[in-house]
Design a protein around this ligand. Structure first.
Ligand code: NAD
Ligand code: UGA
Length: 460
């Protein structure tokens, strides 16, 4: 039996370790966190994150070989392998503020590992980190008074929220980076063997530790770049009567380009894309690669442009004023099938509409508690309603923010009937059938398509 520990019981630490525990019943897996409430939730029937399929995986392993605890020090001392999956947000202060990764939680963890270890351990970077962080980690860990040897590996996580269990069960690849020394390669083999319990060997990639760290930032940058590319084109489509869905389809059918991540939207959200690109930009600037930094920064700039363009479009379409008008945001989560609202485009839209003095109603099946927290004091100005039919009564406009499948099949006739006319719908996800809604009487504003409006029809 190997004692595996994960520090950080968040969106990554919890599901990832639950999957390892499920697939490797011979190993003992403990997940620790300083957040007592989070750990209590992991030990309850009401898990701290909503993720399809997660309950079943946790239920199978918890209490058998999967444990959640706040006793960080004790479990560090007992561990053979430590995954570190703490948060690495964008720095908000000092040098690199607004771009560089804030590594304070990361460094604290490293120091805590040194303090509580009496035997050598494999320490694995699971968090997303700037390239060459392993070097700093090695320096902190290996300058210990007792001569204990730590081996630092990189094993970035590629799961996406909403599909985390599927992604963990059948990953496109698992990437493990290690030093090219004898001890580094031995540690690498230990981690390969864990994943090989369920992941085909051909999908377990090994690399040097720097390539592994950098590949994670680059993978997220490439994914986000595709979204910004199609979103930039959506603006051009709206000016030229082209349809962005048709363009994406035509472009994506080229097997060299591929069809995924070409869905035009209100802009990408989530805790990582923006943070990781800005981190990449900061690294490029640090190494004096100004042009490279500017190239990647544009991906984030287009995303901001897309979110602001959406708000502007709502206001200008609704006769240049939304003051006092009830507008329903259908969706608060940054994507479907998650309760996560970090960097959700719905936040930008909600704040933008509040600034225009609209009466904003936020409707989401799972994400309202997180959205409320993210809004802080502004939450008092927002109406929260889980029932879309109640939310729509007396509203002037609907804006689809999240592609929850239940929003696709709502009874839009009933909703239309309960709204103030002319009734507007702004589809930030191109989720619904625009022609059908237009035929019901809605003025329909999709992303990247000519709007369908009844502006000449006095009754609509
Ligand atoms: P999170 O904020 O949900 O979880 C991090 C947890 O670490 C928190 O619960 C926090 O309390 C805990 N923590 C911080 N310092 C600690 C300490 N000293 N000791 C014990 N616990 C501590 O973050 P997350 O979304 O799970 O992301 C973690 C890392 O994984 C980030 O680097 C992120 O970029 C990366 N990542 C995230 C995703 C995702 O889908 N969310 C996917 C791939 C990679
Ligand atoms: C993303 C990556 O997909 C994961 O591989 C990575 O591990 C993770 O970031 C991370 O490092 O945190 P995630 O942010 O959970 O995963 O979700 P995505 O499916 O990538 O969606 C991100 C955002 O892009 C969402 O707001 C989504 O709605 C939007 N999106 C996605 C589009 O607007 N269009 C698309 O075609 C795809």
């Amino acid at each position: 039996m190997t004692n595996i520990l994960c520090i950080g019981a968040g969106y990554v630490g919890g599901p990832t370790m639950a999957m390892i525990a499920k697939k490797c019943p011979q190993h003992r897996v403990v997940v620790v966190d300083i957040n007592e409430k989070r750990i209590a939730d992991w030990n309850s029937d009401d898990l701290p994150i909503y993720e399809p399929g997660l309950d079943e995986v946790v239920r199978e392993a918890r209490g058998r070989n999967l444990f959640f605890s706040t006793e960080v020090d004790r479990h560090i001392s007992e561990a053979d392998i430590i995954f570190v999956s703490v948060n690495t947000p964008t720095k908000t202060f000092g040098r690199g503020a607004g771009k560089a990764a804030d590594l304070q939680y990361w460094e604290k963890t490293a120091r805590q590992i040194v303090k509580n270890s009496t035997t050598g351990k494999i320490v694995i970077e699971k968090s997303t980190l700037p390239v060459r962080t392993a070097h700093a980690m090695e320096r902190i860990l290996n300058y210990n008074p007792n001569g204990i040897q730590f081996e630092v590996l990189s094993n970035p996580e590629f799961l996406a929220e909403g599909t985390a269990i599927k992604d963990l069960e059948n990953p496109d690849r698992v990437l493990i980076g290690a030093r090219e020394t004898e001890s580094g390669q031995k540690a690498l083999q230990t981690i390969v063997d864990i994943y090989a319990e369920w992941v085909p060997r051909a999908q377990i990639l090994t690399a040097n530790v720097w390539s592994s760290e950098l590949s994670k930032l680059v993978a997220n940058a490439f994914l986000a770049q595709r979204i910004s590319s199609i979103n930039a084109i959506s603006a051009l489509c709206e000016k030229t009567e082209a349809n962005v869905n048709e363009v994406a389809r035509a472009v994506g059918m080229d097997s060299r380009i591929g069809s995924r991540f070409l869905q035009a939207s209100i802009g990408f959200g989530g805790s990582c894309f923006q943070k990781d690109i800005l981190n990449l930009v900061y690294l490029c600037e640090y190494y004096g690669l100004t042009e490279v930094a500017e190239y990647w920064e544009q991906v984030v700039k287009i995303n901001e442009y897309q979110k602001n363009r959406f708000v502007h479009n709502i206001v200008s379409t609704m006769f240049n004023t939304v003051a006092g008008k009830r507008i329903v945001l259908l969706g608060a989560a940054f994507k479907a099938d998650t309760s996560d609202t970090r960097e959700s485009a719905a936040l930008t839209v909600c704040k933008g509409l509040l600034e225009e003095h609209a009466e904003v109603v936020v409707c989401d099946p799972h994400a309202i508690p997180n959205f409320r927290k993210d809004l802080g004091d502004l939450a008092d100005k927002v109406i929260f309603e889980t029932d879309p039919y109640k939310a729509a009564v007396g509203s002037h406009g609907l804006a689809i923010m999240t592609e929850w499948k239940q929003f696709k099949t709502l009874d839009y006739q009933a909703i239309y009937d309960s709204m103030v006319k002319p009734a507007f719908i702004f589809d930030g996800r191109n989720l619904v059938n625009h022609t059908e809604l237009f035929n019901l009487g809605f003025n329909v504003y999709p992303i990247g398509r000519t709007p369908l409006t009844h502006q000449d029809d006095q009754n609509a």
